[in-house]
Design a protein around this ligand. Structure first.
Ligand SMILES: [Zn+2]
Length: 214
């Protein structure tokens, strides 16, 4: 395990009149998340360590990570955050949100991977469900199967092309909102019905729709 601490309150407000970087944990193990180019300290106070560079007396992060200060030598460094990002494998069942529906693909932002204690998944990379992978039968209109904001359960079929399938009874939409009033749609006689406005909608549903069971 790396030393990634939770945020802790600033211990002392010393030297506040001096030119001071906006860093509230300089006496602790690093805990502030920074991006490349973020100002993390001054050379007067710290030595520039790994993942940092100094310029005209200021120290900046050169990678994304947590600020870490070595108490002995006052070396400030940036420790990469995700030492072991969850890896998505072919065959994994994932939970995600529909973030876009186009003519032939639905775009899914994955939030977790089933199994292994429901690993949280953080990535900017979106997966896609191609219109041919929605279900066994032919799909003519993808917008009849998925809608923006739907939570879907899907299976990974190609990690390079980042493709998912929902072609199974257990896979498909798990939670969905009314496109008119945003009420949460309920299952009623195999249809999705909005309890607020009575609207009936269609989706490629998982048999676990609305159960909260992944
Ligand atoms: Zn409604």
């Amino acid at each position: 395990m790396r030393t990634i601490d939770q945020d802790t309150p600033e211990k002392s407000k010393k030297d506040t009149d001096k030119k001071k970087p906006d860093i509230s944990h300089e006496d602790d193990e690093g805990s502030r998340t920074v991006l490349p180019g973020d100002h993390i300290g001054i050379t007067e106070e710290f030595a520039s360590g790994e993942g940092t560079y100094s310029l005209a007396g200021d120290i900046y992060a050169n990678r994304t990570g947590k600020v870490h200060v070595n108490k002995k030598d006052r070396k400030i460094s940036v420790v990469p955050i995700t030492s072991v990002p969850p890896v998505i494998n072919k065959g994994d069942i994932v939970i995600g949100e529909i973030v876009n529906v186009r003519d032939s693909v639905a775009i899914v932002s994955i939030s977790s991977i089933k199994g292994s204690s429901e690993r949280e998944f953080m990535s900017d990379d979106n997966f896609v469900i191609h219109i041919s992978d929605v279900k066994d039968s032919y799909v003519k209109d993808l917008s009849r199967e998925f809608s923006l904001g739907d939570v879907v359960k899907a299976k990974v079929i190609d990690t390079e092309k980042m493709r998912l399938t929902t072609s199974d009874d257990s896979l498909g939409v798990m939670t969905s909102r009314c496109s008119k009033c945003h009420g949460i749609l309920r299952m009623e006689d195999k249809n999705l019905k909005c309890p607020s406005c009575g609207r009936i909608e269609h989706r490629k549903l998982s048999k676990d729709y609305g159960t909260g069971v992944v």
